[in-house]
Ligand binder design. Structure first.
Ligand SMILES: [Mg+2]
Length: 596
């Protein structure tokens, strides 16, 4: 009876836990399939706790037809049971299932691709990737607009150095009052600022943003008025042009009004987009500007369709521009793969407004005046709103209906605020971010140079921690009493270690970007400490998964389930020993190793 019951449960993918010390094989429960649990979460938790104790063992299910799956399951089962049996040989094993890190999809939350009924895409920097040439083009067009349209000195045309891909990163902000390019920490403190091409002294930065309460954080109202975020990839050209124009004025001692210069540069960049010059130049030279990875993109889109998912494209770019790029990347019949195509959508207000849709003539690009009462895959629409789209497509989350809810729709885009924040906040959609920099940062982090520096940094940090034990162990005695405060020499040792660690941390950041370091972390004290950047925190808050290119998703099944690593949601005391392998290795007492 027991044998038969376990067989049935194993075959249905259930993880069983039983007590080996009990002759009657008392049934303790199901660990991994909450849907199979009828006695509630409390019961589930209680049994999970029991399973962690050493007298229990874990049995994993077996696949009825796949030997490779069973190899994996057996290996995991053995490994888990070695751990439960306190088998020390398991401590030195690694049990991993790695995908290439550059192409991997990273999940902040549990994501089940199989449950998605609709997959939506942004266009620019999502379905198509641009080469760096487009940033040079934006910089040049905006520079011409500053001189030709806004009356800036004509010398700028020849004397500005041109777009520098190494100057800025994504996720910065412009201080409109100071014309500084700023990087912010997760708590909205300015960590790094550049005035023109020169870094502002950190003490001046600290003084500038000290705030009335001394918190170092600008009040939210002032922050919104004063700091303009630069979040999409086009904005690295914006940051670079602003820095160059400011530097040009400074180098020549020409007085200028900082707020006016910032406003003019931002207006010039906007004009490059709005005037159509950017779109025209790109569409006339697609090979120069678009990365050719159509084959993998098509493979991914076709797999989604074959799995029965509906596809939508919602772009802020005009139809003729989207069409040219998609034909270039995917071929003339690209629209056959989409159930609805919306262009000139005006995200993010597309998510909050209630404009009606209008139809775009795919021949002339003209907007038609007829009312839209249904969305056809044979037509292209512009304007509109998300509420109207969900209504017309029948994708609304009706009360009491289990057919559609937010989790049925996945939306993938590159701009956190234009594409993803409201999609998740207002509609509960699953959001996927395309963050190209992930690939660059991983490539750098895999280099010998970066790894060596990172390990040295870990050693220095650990050394500073451990040294403090020795200060106390030495049992300094002042007037017959053990001293618990540090001596001057003790403090100097720590200061020197911190300075050295700061040098190495700055060196690591410099390998990623010489001015601002990683887009995901920053330091307010020249490298002495590090913390997540505001961009990283926004990504953790608003994005369910992220990857460097949308085509990376083709490497996964359309039913794939992404499980976030527990240490990605843990607090420090839970994760330090898991994420600090050098510290762990170094903290082992060599004498105890010899004794073993
Ligand atoms: Mg985009």
């Amino acid at each position: 009876m027991w044998r038969r019951a376990t067989h049935v449960l194993r075959a249905s993918g259930v993880l069983l836990v039983w007590c080996t010390g009990c002759s009657s094989h008392t049934w303790f429960g199901v660990l991994t399939r909450p849907s199979a649990v009828s006695r509630g979460a409390h019961w589930h938790r209680r049994n999970a706790q029991r399973a962690l104790e050493s007298e229990f063992t874990v049995a994993l299910p077996r696949h009825p037809a796949n030997a490779k799956t069973n190899d994996l399951l057996e290996s995991a089962e053995r490994f888990a049971n070695q751990i439960l049996a306190n088998d020390t040989s398991a401590q030195n094993q690694t049990w991993r299932y790695d995908v290439s890190n550059e192409e991997r999809v990273y999940a902040n939350t549990y994501v089940n691709l199989g449950s998605a009924k609709v997959v939506g895409f942004d266009y620019d920097y999502t379905l198509v990737s641009y080469k760096p040439a487009i940033l040079h083009l934006i910089y040049d067009l905006a520079k011409e607009q500053l001189v030709g349209g806004l009356g800036y000195p004509s010398e700028l045309v020849d004397e500005l150095p041109g777009y520098d891909p190494k100057f800025a990163i994504r996720g910065l902000a412009v201080d409109l009052d100071k014309a500084w390019i700023c990087m912010l920490t997760l708590r909205y403190r300015v960590s790094i600022a550049f005035y023109g091409r020169e870094r502002v002294d950190p003490k001046v930065v600290a003084r500038t943003y000290r705030s009335e309460t001394g918190s170092g954080i600008l009040p939210p109202e002032e922050r919104k008025k004063r700091l303009k975020p630069l979040n999409d990839l086009f904005s690295t050209a914006e940051a670079c042009l602003l820095a160059d124009v400011v530097q040009w004025f400074r180098d020549r001692d020409i007085p200028f009004d900082t707020r006016s210069v910032v406003t003019d540069v931002l207006a010039a960049i906007t004009q490059a987009h709005v005037s159509g010059k950017l779109h025209r130049t790109v569409s006339e030279n697609l090979e120069n500007y678009i990365e050719p990875d159509g084959q993998h993109l098509l493979q991914f889109l076709d797999r989604l369709r074959a799995a029965g998912k509906k596809l939508m494209l919602v772009s802020n770019s005009p139809f003729w521009f989207v069409n040219k790029g998609m034909v270039h990347v995917c071929g003339e019949d690209w629209r056959n793969r989409f159930d609805v195509v919306v262009v000139s959508a005006g995200k993010p207000s597309f998510y909050t407004g209630n404009r009606p849709f209008r139809e775009v003539s795919t021949n002339t690009g003209r907007i038609k005046f007829k009312p839209i009462t249904a969305l056809s895959p044979d037509e292209v629409y512009c304007q509109g709103s998300m509420a109207e789209l969900l209504h017309l497509m029948g994708w609304e989350s009706h009360k009491g209906s289990a057919d559609f809810d937010g989790s049925s729709i996945i939306y993938i885009g590159d701009s956190l605020f234009a594409d993803l924040v409201d999609a998740r906040r207002l509609y509960g959609w699953t959001t996927g971010a395309i963050i190209r920099e992930v690939s660059h940062e991983i490539t750098v982090q895999k280099s010998l140079k970066w790894q060596r520096a990172w390990k040295v940094l870990q050693v220095l940090t650990l050394c500073a921690r451990e040294c403090q034990k020795t200060f106390i162990d030495e049992k300094h005695v002042d007037n017959g009493e053990q001293r618990t405060s540090y001596s001057t020499a003790d403090t100097e040792i720590l200061d020197k270690l911190e300075d050295l660690a700061a040098d190495w941390r700055s060196h690591l950041d410099g390998l990623l970007n010489p001015n601002f370091g990683s887009i995901f972390r920053t330091s307010r004290d020249n490298g002495k400490t590090a913390q997540p950047s505001l961009f990283a925190r926004c990504m953790q808050r608003h994005v369910d998964f992220y990857t460097s290119k949308v085509e990376n998703l083709r490497l996964y099944s359309t039913d794939h389930r992404f499980y976030p690593a527990d240490y990605s949601i843990g607090v420090l005391h839970e994760v330090l020993h898991l994420t600090d392998p050098v510290s762990e290795a170094l903290s082992r007492d060599p004498r105890s190793t010899e004794a073993n």
